[in-house]
Structure formats: structure tokens, C-alpha cells
Ligand binder design. Sequence first.
Ligand SMILES: *[C@@H]1O[C@H](CO)[C@@H](O)[C@H](O)[C@H]1NC(C)=O
Ligand SMILES: *[C@@H]1O[C@H](CO)[C@@H](O)[C@H](O)[C@H]1NC(C)=O
Length: 370
Amino acid sequence: MDSVVVLFILLLRPGLRWTAAAEDMSWTYTGLVGQSQWSEHFPECGGSSQSPVDVVTTQTKYDPGLPPLTPLGYSQHGNRPFTLYNNGHTAVIELPDWMSLDGLPWLFSAVQMHLHWGSGGPSYGGSEHTINGQSAEAELHVVHYNSELYPNMSAAMTQRDGLAVLGILIVTGEETNPAFNNIINYLSRVRHANQKVFIPAFDVQSLLPKDLDRYYRYNGSLTTPPCFQSVIWTLFHERVQISKAQLLKMETILYSSKADEADRMLLQDNYRATQPLNHRAVFTSFAAGEVTAIVIGVMCGCVGLAVIVRFIVKTIRSTSSWDVLTNNRAAPMQRMKEPEKAKEKQQEMALNCTSQAERREERSSPPSEP
Ligand SMILES: *[C@@H]1O[C@H](CO)[C@@H](O)[C@H](O)[C@H]1NC(C)=O
Ligand SMILES: *[C@@H]1O[C@H](CO)[C@@H](O)[C@H](O)[C@H]1NC(C)=O
């Protein structure tokens, strides 16, 4: 659907306008206004460049022009606390605008970060993006807007190239990830929707994987209504690890219901199903089959070298001029075992027979060897 049509539909709907209505309209992951109904209320959710997607690694394209991403000011949180907020769909941490991202065609300033998770503990899914059909247990999104072209987040979020989101896949292991405790330890203070607290600021870069050079890149959308197709996605190849206990806390502490609501609803499975790629390309900043390529390359090299060596040996054996040289080098010949020596002699004789003419020529010319 093109954006003019979308705008027309939005204007026709009574009381439904870009941001105000989008924020007010209640939606959920399952139920009455669940994922499959989102597009009835938020037309862009039915668009052709939606997120998340399944990254099929064999169908990605290596783009050597994709530079390493550099977070700027992520570690300089200053003394101002962060705001942690339960918006009924996830836990959001608002980020100061001096945090930004270098390595994209424009400068992008940080706005907020939030998490997506499942409900079944480890290996039951929870991430939004999947790799070759495989889910991770959770996913962190760090949202930025294009501060070079637009004055603020709300102006940027409807524009193509308006947003840049970092996606970090989270898996579980044995070890506690202390960086994630900067968030998880405070979730109990925002158990209900609309609750907000200040938390101590911390180094946001410590939440990211170490390797920021290897990532997947594609054009997509917000993964929640109104699903604007304005996001340059960066999904890191390296996944970060938290403990099973940390995941369990994340999955079981928050409610999607407000404090005054009678029916408490656990905030779980807040991830959207993967969306069709529809001919979009997913680029990689790294050569996916690098190791395989090197192995194959070395093997081809070895075979090639063997062929060349064989050719040279054959050439030596079928010409006689080299024979003169080997005859002059007496020392190495003596080290040979007797049967080998005999064999060599026979070969020499055979070669000598075929090259009498050349020999004569050689003798008549001045000796080239001392
Ligand atoms: C964002 O920028 C637009 C355009 O300059 C302005 O009209 C709007 O009030 C701004 N919104 C906020 C939330 O600052
Ligand atoms: C995203 O879309 C823009 C504008 O159409 C295009 O220039 C860019 O190459 C696309 N990026 C990717 C990763 O497909």
C-alpha cells in the first residue's frame, strides 16, 4: 500500500490520527486486537516491508561496504538517572540524546531501548528476529532516530530512513550477565502497566555484544503498531548471554495490566511473528562462508601446486640439458641407496640416448657453470 493511500485511510477513520490514535488504540500480542488484527487498525502493519524477519543465512548478500558500527557516548551516562517504564507491552528505558550511532549514512541519536521475551524459559522462543528459523530466548532493541534529517523521534518515525534500531539476540547459559542486572533488578518496581521509576544510569554498551563489526542489515519496520516502515535494521551476528534465572525474572515479573485492573495479566510472549521478506535483501557486513572459502581455497591451491610440480618433473625428465647439471652434482647422489642409484643410472642412460645431439651442442659451447 502506498503512503498516500495509508494517509487517506487514516484521515477517513473518525478520531484516528497519526500518533495520538496510534498510542491510544490498545493492542496486544494475542486476543481481540492480536497480531493478526493489527493491520485492521494500523494499516502499515500489513505493509510489504515489515519486521521482524527470519534471516536465512544462505540467502544473505555480503556487502563489503558496510562499516563497523560505533556507539558514541554509550558509556558516558553522566550522573542523570535513566527512566524505566512499563508501557504494557514491554519495559522501556529512555536514553539520553547524546548517545548516538556512527557507521550509518546519517547520524542517529538514541531514544530508548526495550526487550522482547517469551514465557517458557530457555529454548521456547522469545526473540523477534530468527536466524535460519531458530529463535533466541529474548531480544534487546536500541532505538535511534535520524537526527541529521529530522528534529525529533515523532517526526522521524514515519519517514523512510527515519529510524535505526540495533537488534541483539539474547540466549541463556550458566553465567549471570551483570550488565543486564542493571535492568532486571529494577523490573519489580514497574510491575504494572504505566508505572515509571528512575534507575541508576549505567554503561549501555555493556549490554551489546563485543563484536560490533559483524551484523545483518535490512530495511524494515517497527515491530509494534503502528508498524511504520521507517527502520534501518542492524541485527548483530554475535549473541549475548544471560543466565536462566535472569530470563525467568524477565518473563515473570511484569504485568501488561494496570495496577488498578482486577484481572492481572502477565506480560509475556511480547514478540511479533516473523514477516515475509517480499524480495527485500538482507545484507551482511561479513563474508558468511569465510572459513569454508579459505579451506576450499587452500585445497584448490594444493591441487594446483601438485599439478604444476608434476608438470615440472615431467618436463625435467623429458629434457636432457638438466641431466648435465645433475651429473655435475656428485655429492647428493652418493647419499642414495644402491637400488635407487641403479634406477637413476638406467634413467640417465635412457635420457642420454635420446639427447646425443643436444649434448654435442652443449660441449661445443663455452661452459656456463664454473
Ligand atoms: C517534533 O518536530 C515537529 C516538527 O518540527 C514539531 O512540530 C513537533 O512538535 C515535535 N514534537 C515533539 C514531541 O517535540
Ligand atoms: C534501504 O532502502 C534505501 C532507500 O530505498 C536503499 O537506498 C538502501 O539500499 C536499502 N538498504 C537495504 C539494506 O536494503
